[in-house]
Write a protein that binds this ligand. Sequence first.
Ligand code: OGA
Ligand code: NI
Length: 313
Amino acid sequence: MTTIPVIDFSKLDGEERAQTLAQISKGCEEWGFFQLVNHGIPVELLERVKKVGGECFKLEREEVFNKSRAVNLLNEFVESNKNGKVENVDWEDVFLLTDDNHNQWPSNTPQFKETMNEYRSEVKKLAERVLEVMDENLGLSKGYIKKAFNNNNNGAFFGTKVSHYPPCPHPEKVNGLRAHTDAGGVILLFQDDQVDGLQILKDGQWIDVPPIPNAIVINTGDQIEVLSNGKYKSVWHRVLSKPDGNRRSIASFYNPSLKATISPAPELLILEEKKVDQLIATYPTFVFGNYMNVYNEQKFLPKEPRFQAVAAI
Ligand code: OGA
Ligand code: NI
C-alpha cells in the first residue's frame, strides 16, 4: 500500500537537513501532498483549536447545517427514490476566517476568536517556512515565492476555512467535498484526529490521507504549479461523507494577493531551455484575481481550461 509521505519537519534544523529537503522535494514533485509532524505549532495550541472548533460547531453551526441546502437536497433525493448522487452540493458546514472579516467570526463560543487568531498566526509562519523550503528545492532565491505572491504593499492573502463534515445518513449519495484542485498557493490542513475521508488522486487511484493526531497536511495549489512551471502539480482531492463521526478540518491557505501577477519563474524556464533547446512556458502570465474569478465558476472542473481562460483575459 502506498501512502502519502510523513515528514519530520524538525529535522530540517539538524544533521538530517539534506534528507529532509529531499523528502519534501519528493512530496511536492511526486505527491502534491505530504504530512508534517514536529512542525513547531505547539500541541497545546492545537488541543485548544480542536476544543473551540468542536464547541463552535455544536453552539453556532449544527442547527444551521441541519437546515442547509445539502440536507434539504439529500432528503428530497431520498424521498423521490432517485439513483446516483445528489449533484452540485457538498455535505459540509463551512465558514471562512480572514484578517478582514473579524466581525463575522463566530462570537458566541468562548475563546474561539482568541484561539483562532493565535492559530492563524502560527500556521502562517509555518506556511512561510514551507515556502522557503520550496524556494530552496526549486533553486529559487530565498523568499522568491513569498515575494511573487505580493503586489506592492499588498501581501499574501491568508485565509482559514473551518469545516465540519457531519455524519451523513446516505454517504453513497453525496460527497463531503467534490473533487477539485486548490486554486491558490500552499494549503495547510489540520484535520480530524479520528474521522477520515480526505482522499487524493494518485496515478488514477483515490488514496486516503490517514489522520495523524496533530500533524499538518500540506498541499500545493494551482499557483505553485504555474510558478514552478509544472514541476509541482496541484493534485485532485476530495472528501467522502461518512455515516459516523463529525469530521473537523481546518484548511489555511497562503495565496497570492488578488492583485499579484503570477507567471512561471524565469529560472525554471531557463532550465527547460538547456534540456530541450527551447524556452518553454507551459503556463500563462495572469493576475491572480482574474484566476479566482474563473475558478469560482469552474472549481470542480479540470484546471487546464482555467489556465486557458485566464490567459485570454
Ligand atoms: C478544501 C479541501 C479538505 C478537507 O477546502 O479545499 O480540500 O479535508 N478541504 O476539508
Ligand atoms: Ni482542497
